[in-house]
Design a protein around this ligand. Structure first.
Ligand code: URA
Ligand code: ZN
Length: 353
């Protein structure tokens, strides 16, 4: 068998050391607690209520040590990763401008020291749109950063809040990618009782779907046609529901929506990771937005295999294996475009170093 093609992973997370210190110093979610001789990460809403040793998720140096990121990449034939701080970013801080600047500089330093293996997305003090717009200007000056990751709450009123127009304008002006990623889940009350699985499998993509739908219907992409936005987890369920959205908007005689084009057409201007887990999902996304808008991702170090921490780096993880297998099913042209060709072009990544 030939060697696997070198991939570029555009959905890969870190918690930079400074961010870890911030979480360790807190006594409400999001925070890190020591339980049963192990650090556990409590980042999801409501996790504080559980005092058991199995609360939250175990967290080890695979979340912050770049050497372990590279070990994972080597194990899975990933040449380059575009790393982003993981959720919940700085959503919980009202005055996060200074710490965002420091963490973004940490991200740049970490990527610059990687010998061409790591590029990054920064984070934003998103509750303060003016500070976020200014931070994007700083990110544009950091040579290894390609944009910023954000959640779905914006400054507290969602992503269609007009107060965020200055953020979209700054991203558009600097040509930076905005990666929209879920954290809170949507419809959680209807999903309870089945552990993390329903939140992650359904609540997360529902949240992303609602956030991007609101952005589209609110006209952000008419006002900022050059805005570059990447949507997590293959677009949630929005690609699947896009035609229904068009029909419902068109069929609403009292619709407040005033767009230049049909809602679904704006999907063709977005970018997506390929975290869809099945060929049918990716084939649908491709038919809707074009193969050239989709890029390989793993979500590392989330969804680890059930082995001892020391064995993580030498074990094959499910996510990269299944996403590669899905791309093989889509045929060689789509496989190479999604594995690395698209990310090279879209995020200006040099694979030759
Ligand atoms: N769980 C998270 O909290 N974040 C991810 O990115 C994936 C799983
Ligand atoms: Zn993720």
């Amino acid at each position: 068998m030939s060697a696997p093609l070198a991939a570029i992973d555009v959905h890969s997370h870190v918690y930079p050391g400074r961010y870890m210190s911030l979480l360790r110093a807190r006594d409400t979610v999001p925070r890190i607690v020591a339980r049963g001789g192990q650090d556990r990460m409590l980042i999801l809403p409501g996790e504080d209520a559980d005092s058991s040793t199995s609360v939250g998720r175990p967290i080890g140096s695979e979340y912050w040590d770049p050497a372990r990121k590279i070990a994972f990449m080597d194990r899975h034939a990933i040449a380059v990763s575009v790393i982003s701080p993981a959720n919940p970013w700085l959503d919980f801080l009202a005055d996060a401008g200074p710490v965002a600047t420091e963490i973004n500089e940490d991200m740049e330093t970490l990527c610059a020291a990687s010998g061409g293996r790591l590029y990054g997305l920064g984070l934003l003090p998103i509750r303060d749109p003016a500070a976020s717009a200014a931070e994007l200007g700083r990110i544009a000056g950091l040579p290894h950063l390609r944009g910023a990751v954000i959640g779905t709450t914006g400054a507290g009123k969602g992503l269609d809040d007009p107060a965020l127009d200055q953020v979209w304008a700054a991203a558009e002006r600097h040509g930076l990618m905005i990666f929209v990623h879920p954290h809170y889940g949507l419809g959680n009350e209807a999903l309870a009782g089945y552990g993390h699985a329903t939140l992650l499998a359904l609540g997360f993509p529902f949240e992303t779907t609602a956030a991007i739908t609101r952005l589209i219907l609110g006209g952000a992409f008419d006002r900022f046609p050059g805005l570059r936005m990447m949507v997590a987890h293959a677009g949630g369920v929005l690609p699947y529901l896009a035609a229904r959205l068009d029909a419902c908007v068109a069929g609403d005689a009292h619709s407040p929506v005033r767009l230049r084009h049909e809602p679904s057409s704006y999907l063709r201007g977005l970018y997506f990771d390929a975290i869809g887990y099945q060929a049918a999902t990716l084939a649908m996304l491709m038919s809707l937005v074009g193969v050239e808008r989709i890029m390989f991702g793993t979500d590392h170090p989330f969804f680890p295999p059930h082995v001892e921490n020391a064995e993580l780096d030498s074990t094959e993880w499910h996510s990269p294996a299944v996403h590669r297998a899905v791309l093989r099913e889509l045929g060689p042209q789509a496989e190479i475009a999604i594995l690395n060709g698209n990310a090279k072009a879209i995020l200006c990544i040099d694979l030759s170093t």
